[in-house]
Design a protein around this ligand. Structure first.
Ligand SMILES: NC(=O)c1ccc[n+]([C@@H]2O[C@H](COP(=O)([O-])OP(=O)(O)OC[C@H]3O[C@@H](n4cnc5c(N)ncnc54)[C@H](OP(=O)(O)O)[C@@H]3O)[C@@H](O)[C@H]2O)c1
Length: 330
């Protein structure tokens, strides 16, 4: 089994929460109700998967839940807890989950993390408790235009459950697309150990074409992100780079592959400062905004650590391959 193939995966994101009639979540870092059957269900559906939470929710639990990969989001770099992976942002949490080959992540709270993740969740799994409560944290409003209720199950109160409640699943209608971000030199064309400053020096890596063609047919956008510091150094012009990129596009078009965009950074850090030269992530961020890309279903393929850093900075999973060894991606 080739190693790279393991990484061509995406992660499904489900938000799971129990909320009161006015979206109440908790008070004084505690839950507001005790619904044992709902807790059993939570355990059942999250076991074997990855759970992501904010530090305060983790504090309220007091320990890692068994049989689940536990990721806690905190700005405190000093936190170290056994069996818990601490990260500094939601983006880092998703990248970490994908590195661990998790295929389904559950966001389990609290309010801050729900607010930050609701737009990117594939689905919401919500227990609606049919009662109002005094609370200090609330679930964000569920936008009915964005989320469609797919299923609702009702439960009546009994001796162990003092409130009626119902469980609804909502599907995100957002039509975000997946993308494969590609470094250029060493991935799409031969790395020659220096700048490619004329069209004759461009030799494409044809072996990557079947993989790209397949992914394109599955709906992935193909977006090239390349550093072209030779422009800043005066060794290449924008016009010549356009000709080189056109040759690249034409060659791949003949193999059935169309790139949606080629973004390049013309700067070199020895000459000018910028936010677009990899390992910085600006070009990726631009593409994500322009093409409405779902970062959790996208990858970046490059042949340098700077490609990985660039990807991870934007919350995209980065795959590093040896230069020009593109034949075993699928
Ligand atoms: N009803 C439910 O289903 C449910 C589920 C879960 C939780 N809850 C309730 O929700 C409450 C806790 O929610 P909460 O909103 O107060 O806290 P939270 O979301 O659990 O955690 C907030 C903490 O997460 C970290 N954090 C948040 N955004 C971050 C970012 N962008 N980058 C880095 N770190 C970030 C910070 O940790 P640091 O301060 O360490 O930097 C922040 O203080 C409790 O009452 C709990 O019982 C209810």
């Amino acid at each position: 089994m080739n190693q790279q193939a393991n990484y061509i995966c995406s992660v499904k994101v489900t938000i799971i929460a129990a909320i009161g009639a006015n979206n109440e979540l908790g008070k004084d870092n505690k839950l507001l109700w005790h619904l044992p059957n709902d807790l059993k269900r939570f355990k059942q559906i999250t076991t074997g998967h990855c759970i992501i939470m904010g530090r305060k929710t983790f504090d309220s639990l007091g320990k890692a839940l068994p049989n689940r990969t536990t990721i806690v989001i905190t700005r405190n770099k000093a936190i170290a807890v056994e069996n818990v992976l601490c990260v500094e942002s939601l983006k880092q949490a998703f990248v970490a989950a994908r590195k661990l080959k998790e295929e389904h992540c559950f966001i389990i709270g609290g309010a801050q993390i729900y607010r930050q993740s609701i737009h990117d969740a594939d689905e919401l799994d919500i227990t609606h408790v049919h009662e109002s409560f005094e609370a200090d944290v609330f679930f964000p409003a569920i936008d009915q235009n964005k989320f469609t209720e797919m299923n609702r199950e009702n439960f009546q109160k009994d001796e162990k459950h003092i409130y009626n409640y119902s469980i609804s699943t909502y599907k995100n209608n957002d039509k975000k697309v997946a993308a494969i971000f590609l470094d250029r030199d060493g991935v799409l064309n031969k790395e020659i150990g220096g700048y490619i400053t004329n069209t004759d020096a461009l030799e494409i890596n044809e072996a990557i074409a079947p993989f790209l063609k397949k992914k394109q047919s599955e709906g992935y956008k193909l977006i090239v992100i390349t550093n072209q510091g030779a422009i800043d150094k005066g060794e290449l012009t924008h016009e010549t780079l356009k000709e080189i990129n056109n040759k690249l596009k034409d060659a791949f078009a003949k193999l059935g592959v169309t790139f949606n965009e080629i973004y390049y950074c013309p700067h070199h850090n020895e000459i000018s400062m910028c936010l677009c030269r990899k390992p910085k992530s600006l070009l990726l961020e631009k593409a994500i905004a322009r093409f409405n890309i779902n970062i959790n279903k996208s990858i970046m393929i490059g042949d340098h650590e700077r490609d990985r850093y660039c990807a991870e900075g934007a919350g995209v999973f980065g795959v590093i391959i040896p230069s020009n060894e593109v034949g075993n991606l699928y």
